[in-house]
Design a protein. Structure first.
Length: 134
């Protein structure tokens, strides 16, 4: 969904790109700055997924906030998050689909499915089947 952002000088920008939107924001709050840094890193490393990583990180912060307010030591929270990460990685490995290296047709089909998933959020999503085959 496109967003309209107007800066202090009245310059308007319309975008649905998370990285672009975050660059336009004037953020002061330390937690918000952390979210912006996460998004910038995601954009620099991958070039996509800034909105997803920002929302995910924001949800993590939202979930741990009550524990911070209770006075729980940050190291305990970090250990719990690392444990949760390991559980998630184990689950992903458990449900992972193996693609046989020798079966080029199966590899191609899997790559096309992955490409179509990635293209679903882009402007060209209506032509995702065409572009996925490329």
């Amino acid at each position: 969904m496109d967003k309209l952002i107007v800066d202090g000088r009245g310059k308007a920008t319309i975008s649905n790109d998370g990285a672009t939107i975050l660059k336009l924001l004037d953020v002061v709050h330390p937690a918000a700055k952390t979210l912006m840094d996460i998004a910038k890193s995601q954009d620099a490393e991958v070039g996509d997924g800034t909105t997803s990583v920002t929302l995910l990180a924001a949800e993590f912060l939202k979930q741990v906030k009550p524990y911070v307010e209770e006075g729980l030591h940050p190291q305990i929270i970090i250990r719990a998050l690392l444990t949760a990460t390991q559980l998630a990685v184990n689950k992903i490995k458990e449900i992972a689909v193996t693609v046989k290296k020798q079966d080029k047709v199966e590899q191609r089909k899997m790559l096309e499915k992955c490409a179509m998933t990635a293209l679903s959020s882009k402007l060209i999503f209506q032509q995702k089947v065409f572009f996925a085959k490329m």
